[in-house]
Design a protein around this ligand. Sequence first.
Ligand code: GDP
Length: 214
Amino acid sequence: MSETADKELSESARKLFAGPIEFLKSAPELKFLPDQDAPEIAFAGRSNVGKSSLLNALTNRKTLARTSNTPGRTQELNFFDVGQPVQLRLVDMPGYGFADAPKDLVKRWRNLVNNYLRGRSALKRALVLVDSRHGLKEVDREMMQMLDDAAISYHLVLTKGDKVKPSALGTLYETTLVEAAKHPAAHPSIFTTSSETGSGIAELRTAILEAATS
Ligand code: GDP
């Protein structure tokens, strides 16, 4: 992309995310999914990875996405409309990787997420969030595998970048890049963000708009 087109896209993304953003609906089962009338970008990650904080930072809201990652709580996909008329839809997927989650809960999570990923032509990209303090864990690799199998292109996003030293963040970035390269559906660009300082947020907004419109 040329530098001018790049600047235009990031300006459009800034404006879009500064405009109207509304909660659309929750889908605890597939039959409650909204019509596929807008491109969707889905957010995945272990519980406590900073997914709600990232959604709030991206949308400049304090409480758009609420922390809802209590084991046993109803698991659902939450849809948020960005723009009016809607230009794209953010999808907050239920967190995974609870230390002692009951087996049936894990099974329900897998069914809901897998069925959504596999049958959704509106889904343009997923973001797999990874805590910068911990790096990729086995459960993240399973999520990546599910996306590879469903052929959904995804970006890895290193969250809470402010919590680790820049040198450690640089090393993590490099090792994560190497691992991403082994996954067929992993996008070669990885993002580093902090919902606390706002670093990387504008870049991620631009990538979301680009994925939704490409
Ligand atoms: P979720 O369970 O993935 O939705 O995670 P939350 O967004 O609720 O965040 C989990 C915890 O990490 C909360 O205490 C947040 O305040 C904290 N947190 C989230 N993002 C950041 C960040 O970018 N920097 C810092 N320092 N803390 C963060």
